[in-house]
Ligand binder design. Sequence first.
Ligand SMILES: [Zn+2]
Length: 215
Amino acid sequence: MSLFGLGSRNQRTFRPKKNAPSGSKGAQLQKHIDVTLGSGNFREAVRLPPGEDINEWLAVNTVDFFNQVNILYGTLTEFCTPSDCPSMTAGPTYKYRWADGVTIKNPIEVSAPKYVEYLMDWIEVQLDDESIFPQKLGAPFPPNFRDFVKTIFKRLFRVYAHIYHSHFQKIVSLKEEAHLNTCFKHFVLFTWEFRLVEIAQLAPLHDLVESILQF
Ligand SMILES: [Zn+2]
């Protein structure tokens, strides 16, 4: 991890796709997500499959949503630059400052691309930490696992909020809006199903979130 972001641009832009945790079990759950989503059944796609472990399900989906955001934002890196987006905003009223509570305790104002870089680096460290996301089938999850997941979802939401508010026109011109909307709908329904993000945190995309939850 490079906190100073030197010489690692390509690595960040083309961050490799993360594999589902817990080996074949994770792959099996990932397949369930793909099949149910492919059939257009979002409600079914987010629900815990019968007999499955809730933590396994949260873990596989967390990795999946991380990968989706990584790919979506990756298509915008040449447009989301420090000069275009000097701060991490979500519309005119919301601005996020970065702190991870460990190396950066007092929130700092950074450009949107820097913020997303910090954010994705931070999530990647959590996903790679086997004491939080065990890779081996049957290895225990920490008792506060859901708290880690909630923080990850809260932060991933901010990337969506920034994309929708600052880069939606570019997304349209790249013909990616259907994909963005599908990813975000899945994200919101999953978040809602397991109460992962406080409703107040979703305020920057309130209307969109409401339209998704009321269909
Ligand atoms: Zn931007």
